[in-house]
Design a protein around this ligand. Sequence first.
Ligand code: F6P
Length: 323
Amino acid sequence: MKKIAVLTSGGDAPGMNAGIRAVVRTAIFHGLEVVGVRRGYDGLMRGDFIPMDSHSVSDIIQRGGTILKTARSEGFRTKEGMLEAKSRIEEAGIEGMVLIGGDGTFKGAKDFSEISGIHSMGIPGTIDNDLYGTDYTIGYDTALNTVIEAVDKIRDTAASHQRLFFIEVMGRDAGFIALNSGLAAGAEDILIPEARSSIDDVIKRIEAGRKRNKTSFIIIVAEGDDPGGAYEIAKQVNEKYHYLESRVTVIGHMQRGGNPTCFDRILASRLAVAATEGLIAGRKNEMAGLINNQIVFTPFSKTHKHLVDINEGLLNIAHMLST
Ligand code: F6P
């Protein structure tokens, strides 16, 4: 193998740049040429390639976002789009790819390898932590820290005004960010799609808190918990419960930005080295993940998010400790 490509795809996540840096420098260390693909699979179809040298990834390990840009490509889902990408890759002499992205990225890569015969290795990059085959995805730890910083600030005003706050966090259809940020921020309740709570349950927990002289409450709502999000939950609670003034905060895309934490930088570096060296050694169509602090390779066919289990025991801990 003489030349490989690296790309980022799907939602950006803090730590993707640390991953790009490690792919480029690992490839150069092993004597390979590397190109960066701009704007994910869209750029692959258009041949939007840039040569990467060691200097091109200087001063990025600490930066959020992705210097290669990213996209959620519709065109690449079609056979025509994939054949277009195959032609561009072959013209450029690229023999393998390292992909940083989420479950849609790896599903696309699996289909692409079947159609084109061009193989890749993957690195899990998403704040949602919803990939099977790794305990942590790149960006998740940074997103959690962003959320708890925001919740700590909201706690100050909630306590001062004796209010009930519903705070919506990201995660698409998974509750990892909500569950773990809620536990870390001492939220009075946490609503996640994996463990449904009724509105009456939510009210019961608020009432139990008031009996213990609590005067303000933070309820973390995963965006995937209810189709209407935190606004809808707040509306339903407010229809039945009138003793506290309430407010809703949607933290939103702030959760995707910012400098990656130390954990995410190290995770991205380790996984990128493993994926790149795996590709050079002949591995294909697998994601490098970290399980019990060991590198584990999982085929793209198994990285689906629906296989991931959340630790519901943490919800019981959060409830017990917030009483
Ligand atoms: O997958 C990452 C994520 O931030 C999800 O948590 C969220 O549901 C989604 O992307 C938002 O996507 P977009 O930036 O396209 O609105």
